[in-house]
Design a protein around this ligand. Sequence first.
Ligand SMILES: Cc1ncc(COP(=O)(O)O)c(C=O)c1O
Length: 339
Amino acid sequence: MALTHGGQLRKVSEQYHIPVDEWLDLSTGIAPFSYPVPAIPQIIWQQLPQYSPELLTAAKQYYHCDNVLVSNGSQAIISILPTLWQKQNRKSTQVYLPFKGYKEHAQAWGNAGFEVHWYYDELPALEQLTSNCVLVVINPNNPTGKLFSRGTLTIYQRAVTERQGLFIIDEAFMDVITPNQSMSGYINGNNTLVLKSFGKFFGLAGLRIGFIIANQQWLTLLAEHLGPWQVNGPAQFIAVKAMQDAKWQAQQKEKLSQQRLALKKLLLNYFGDDINGTDLFLTVNLNNQSQAMYMYDSLCQQGVYVRLTDDQHSLRFGIPKPEDMERLSNSLGQIRLFP
Ligand SMILES: Cc1ncc(COP(=O)(O)O)c(C=O)c1O
């Protein structure tokens, strides 16, 4: 079954009869400021994409890791992991997943026949983890923003390894976290896989690039499975430049952090203070389905598209550009009190 995600502007625009180009789209956690796409040499369009040592070197430096594989977005990896893992450990049947979080993980493991154990805000207790289990952590979580420290994750890594299990850490939004809590430099030859999404922080989700950091055995297996030409040449070219550009990255962090503060200040005028997130999105927890749906619908009617979360109790706002703040503020101000 296809899951609901943000970024479905065409669908929503048809539903509300408002042309696509009249919307303020805050439905994703993709940075509103994109890395400026450089001129791409003609030869790169003309040739088949090739193995790019430059891209791997840039990714290793950017993520501070030794072993990395590039893919067509981290989603490409999420969907194939369960079958690859099943082949390696036939005794593995149980997976621990965050109840709130990017639902493609649950879909992939559920489809492969794994028994899903949800955990809520906190990780499952260590003694709960079964032999050969899979533990998935989205860090920081989307949409809750919940962040586990590297210290905590290292303890879980040890526990999962002792149980011959698999530890997956989805770091799609880690780029904006300071101090950095990434596990990318801490895979230690274990069955630990770290997923990275390129498009969110660099504001280039359309490029479709993602990375996986794991031991060499895993990377070889995944590379065989993914086959050649996973990532097109122009995307590789742009990603190398973006990952090497430390000055732009620092500016991007600063801009996102300022805009997050501005968004939070605005949201506090209209909602309670149960607002959490990262510098790439803020989630307003309304704890009330009818109210969240009412607010979502009222914003859509004014051409402002935010993400109603899967449990329909919260609204996730992408970070607006400074020039879009007034429109968002006016639209929130127009909403009549929840009946
Ligand atoms: C937590 C999380 N992980 C992974 C992905 C997949 O992203 P991509 O395939 O663009 O790397 C998303 C997309 O929204 C996400 O929110």
